[in-house]
Design a protein around this ligand. Structure first.
Ligand code: C2O
Ligand code: CU
Length: 542
C-alpha cells in the first residue's frame, strides 16, 4: 500500500457562470475540486490549510476510517472546524472500499463548491470484476447559485421556511446549453467509436435526488458507494445526493454528437424544474452550430417515484467469491427511526412555514441540536454536558406514519444533542420509516464510518411481522447512502465494529439544517485492535 500526500488550500476564488461572476470557496482554486486517485488499501495524508474567511472541515464520504474517526470531518461531531488561518493534517486509511467515493466540506452548505471525487482502483490481484474500460471519467452533478451560498443559508434559517432553489444544475461544473447565457459552458465528453468508458458519477446536488440519461445509449451499472454491484443495464440513472454510481458506457452508436441530461426527481413541493445538459461527442462527429437543436434524452418526470425507486431497487451486491457479502443474520440491536418534517411556533406566526411556523426536521421526533464542541473529543476525554445518551430506539408515538393527514399535534419535535451508544460487535438492524407529517418526501440517509446492507424497502408503513420475511439476505447492496422512498420505509443492517463517533443524517442539505441528524457512538471492543486510536497532534480546537 502507498501513502499519497496532498495539499488542500481552501481559498476564495472568482468564478463566472450564467453571465455573472462571484467569489466561491474552492480547494486549490479548482471547481469542482481536485480528484484523488488511490488504490484499495492505500493511505492519504491531506494538509488542509484554511486561507478563507470562514470555518471549514473536509469529510471523506464513504471511507470507513477504521478506529480512526479523527479525520472524518463533520463539524462539531468529529472535530472542531479549521478556523481561518488554521490547518489540519488529515490521515485517511482506506480499507476494502473500491470504485468511487468522494470528499466534501462538512460545514454548513460549503460542500456546494468544496468537493471532489475519490477514485479507488482495485488492487492488482483482483482487478475489475467487469470488462476493462479503455478510459475512466468522473462525472459530478452539482449546482450553481448566483447569490452567495452562506447568504442562501442564513436567509432561510432566519425566515424559517424553505431555502431558495439554485440557478442551475451542473455536470462537471458546467450548466450546459439550456440555461440562459451558458452555451459556452457545456461539459463535453469525447469518446472514440468502439471504446468502453467507466463513468464515475457523484451527486453533490444540495437538495435533490437526480435523474440522468444519455441520448441513444443504454449503460451498464457496475458499482455504487465504493462497492461493486451485479451489472445491470438501464437507459437512465437515479442518484441521491451523497451517492456514487459507476457505470460502463460503450461508444457503440453511429458516431455523432449526443446530449446527456440530468434533472431533479422531486417528491415534495420545492424543487428546480430545470435541466442540465452536456455533450457526448464521438471523435469523428462534426460540431453543430446550434446546440438547442440537439435532441434531448427523455428523462422520467420530476414526480416519477416509480422510476426513482425502480432504479434504486435494482442494486444488488456482486456476492461473488472475491467479493462476498457479510450481512448480519442475527440482530442484537433493533432500531426504528421515523424521518419527519416538523414545525415549531414562531413569534407572531411570522415564519415561512405552512401556518406561519418555522420548519424543522427530525429523527424519532428529535431535532438535532449541534453542540459547540466536538462530540468525539468530548467522548474521548470524558467531558460531560456536550451530549446525552438517550436517543430513542423507537418513535415516541405510534401512529399511522404515512396517512394523508398526520395530525398537526404530532408535527412539533423535541430537541437535543442525543446519541445512541452501541456495544462493540453489536449487529444492528435499523428501519427508516418516512412519515407524512407536514409533507412526505424521500430522504437519502447517509451513515458515516461504515457502509450497511440494504436488506429491504417498501411503500407505506413498515410491518415488523411480515416485511422481514421478504428481506434480501443473499445479495443486498452495500451502501453508505440510501434513499428512503416517500411515505415508505427502508431496512438496513450493519455490524458495529468501528469504534468512534459516527454521524447519521439525511443528505438533503436543507433537512440537515433543519436537524435531521443523530449520532452513533460505537464503544471499544476488549480484544487487540478493537479500540479507538488516539487523536492527531494538530486536532483542531474549538
Ligand atoms: Cu456526504 Cu455527512 O456526508
Ligand atoms: Cu431528508
Amino acid at each position: 500500500a502507498t501513502t499519497h500526500y496532498h495539499n488542500f488550500v481552501v481559498q476564495n476564488t472568482e468564478y463566472g457562470k450564467l453571465c455573472t461572476n462571484k467569489t466561491i470557496l474552492t480547494v486549490n482554486g479548482q471547481f469542482p475540486g481536485p480528484a484523488i486517485h488511490v488504490t484499495q488499501g492505500d493511505t492519504i495524508v491531506i494538509d488542509v490549510v484554511n486561507r478563507a474567511n470562514q470555518n471549514i472541515t473536509i469529510h471523506w464520504h464513504g471511507v470507513t476510517q477504521h478506529r480512526y474517526p479523527w479525520s472524518d470531518g463533520p463539524e462539531y461531531i468529529t472535530q472542531c472546524p479549521i478556523k481561518p488561518g488554521g490547518s489540519f493534517r488529515q490521515k485517511i486509511v482506506l480499507g476494502d472500499e473500491v470504485g468511487t467515493l468522494w470528499w466534501h466540506a462538512h460545514s454548513d452548505w460549503s460542500r456546494n463548491t468544496v468537493h471532489g471525487p475519490l477514485i479507488i482502483y482495485p488492487n492488482n490481484t483482483k482487478g475489475y470484476p467487469f470488462p476493462k474500460p479503455d478510459a475512466e471519467i468522473p462525472l459530478i452533478l452539482g449546482e450553481w447559485w448566483k447569490s452567495d451560498i452562506q447568504a442562501v443559508v442564513s436567509e432561510f434559517k432566519q425566515n424559517g421556511g424553505d431555502p431558495n432553489v439554485s440557478d442551475a444544475f451542473l455536470m462537471n461544473g458546467q450548466p450546459g446549453f439550456l440555461y440562459p447565457c451558458s452555451a459556452q459552458d457545456t461539459y463535453k465528453l469525447s469518446v472514440e467509436y468502439g471504446k468502453r468508458y467507466l463513468i464515475r458519477m457523484v451527486n453533490n446536488v444540495m437538495n435533490n435526488i437526480m435523474f440522468f440519461r444519455i441520448a441513444n445509449h443504454t449503460v451498464t451499472v457496475v458499482g455504487s458507494d465504493g462497492a461493486y454491484l451485479k451489472p445491470f443495464t438501464s437507459d437512465y440513472i437515479t442518484i441521491s445526493p451523497g451517492q456514487t454510481i459507476d457505470f460502463l458506457l460503450e461508444a457503440n452508436q453511429p458516431p455523432a454528437l449526443y446530449a446527456m441530461a440530468a434533472k431533479a426527481y422531486a417528491s415534495a413541493a420545492t424543487y428546480d424544474n430545470t435541466t442540465t445538459t452536456a455533450l457526448l461527442q464521438y471523435s469523428t462527429a462534426a460540431a453543430i452550430p446550434d446546440l438547442t437543436t440537439l435532441p434531448l434524452p427523455t428523462l422520467p418526470e420530476y414526480n416519477d417515484t416509480a422510476s426513482s425507486i425502480g432504479f434504486t431497487g435494482r442494486l444488488r451486491s456482486l456476492a461473488s467469491a472475491d467479493h462476498p457479502v457479510d450481512v448480519p443474520l442475527n440482530v442484537t440491536r433493533s432500531l426504528l427511526f421515523t424521518l419527519s418534517i416538523n414545525t415549531l411556533p414562531c413569534a407572531n406566526n411570522s415564519c415561512a412555514g405552512p401556518f406561519g411556523e418555522r420548519l424543522l426536521a427530525s429523527i424519532n421526533n428529535v431535532t438535532f441540536d449541534s453542540p459547540t464542541t466536538a462530540i468525539l473529543d468530548a467522548y474521548y476525554k470524558k467531558i460531560h454536558g456536550v451530549y446525552t445518551t438517550d436517543f430513542p430506539d423507537d418513535p415516541p408515538f405510534v401512529y399511522n406514519y404515512t396517512e394523508n393527514f398526520v395530525p398537526q399535534l404530532l408535527w412539533t419535535p423535541s430537541n437535543g444533542t442525543k446519541v445512541i451508544v452501541l456495544d462493540y460487535n453489536s449487529t444492528v438492524e435499523l428501519v427508516f420509516q418516512g412519515t407524512n407529517a407536514v409533507s412526505g418526501i424521500d430522504h437519502p440517509m447517509h451513515l458515516h464510518g461504515q457502509s450497511f446492507y440494504v436488506v429491504g424497502w417498501g411503500l407505506g408503513n413498515f410491518n415488523a411481522t411480515t416485511d422481514p420475511l421478504n428481506y434480501n439476505l443473499v445479495d443486498p447492496p452495500f451502501q453508505n447512502t440510501i434513499a428512503v422512498p416517500v411515505r415508505g420505509w427502508t431496512a438496513i443492517r450493519f455490524r458495529a465494529v468501528n469504534p468512534g463517533v459516527w454521524l447519521l443524517h439525511c443528505h438533503l442539505e436543507r433537512h440537515i439544517s433543519w436537524g435531521m441528524e443523530m449520532v452513533f457512538i460505537t464503544k471499544d471492543g476488549k480484544g487487540p485492535g478493537e479500540n479507538l486510536l488516539p487523536p492527531p497532534p494538530d486536532y483542531p480546537k474549538c
